[in-house]
Design a binder for this molecule. Structure first.
Ligand code: CMP
Length: 140
């Protein structure tokens, strides 16, 4: 096991309901440390660039509209196997399928408004972290 970093986004459905602290508490209770964090309102262009891997999917337009519908909190989480750990802590993409106690089961509203995003691989974690953060902004 190794200490890793992963990119997390607390999405507009969660900022709208003022539950960013509750979500951070779940990360911290599961051994993930918030080592960088900022609140942003993404532009449509930023959302389209960030989710470019999904550009051909039928839900791309809805997804990017949703991601610019309110502020987000972008974060770097650090911990043992942080990429896998964060995906466990988030739960399945669709909150209806998410295990009990996961963030999406606790707070997600539907497959789109699912409260959090997390990187899915070490390669994407590095790309996604550098999309939002300079190295000097990450303080472990
Ligand atoms: P995320 O982990 O951020 O990665 C891509 C996002 O697309 C996903 O969470 C959901 O918010 C959204 N998404 C995935 N599948 C669907 C779908 N079938 N319909 C609408 N949005 C989806």
């Amino acid at each position: 096991m190794a200490i890793e970093r992963t990119l997390s986004i607390i999405k507009p459905d969660a900022t709208a309901r003022n539950i960013t602290g509750k979500i951070n508490a779940v990360f911290e209770d599961n051994g993930l440390r918030v080592v960088a964090q900022k609140r942003l309102w993404l532009s449509k262009k930023q959302a389209e660039q960030f989710y470019a891997v999904h550009a051909e999917r039928s839900f791309f337009g809805e997804l990017t509209d949703y991601m610019v519908s309110g502020p987000v909190v972008v974060q770097v989480l650090e911990g043992e196997s942080a990429i896998t750990k964060n995906r466990e802590v988030m739960g399945a993409t669709n909150p209806a399928n998410a295990d009990e106690g996961t963030i999406r089961a606790l707070f997600g509203q539907n497959v789109q408004e699912n409260s959090v995003h997390g990187s899915d691989s070490p390669e994407n974690a590095a790309i996604e972290i550098s999309f939002f953060f300079a190295q000097t902004e990450i303080v472990g």
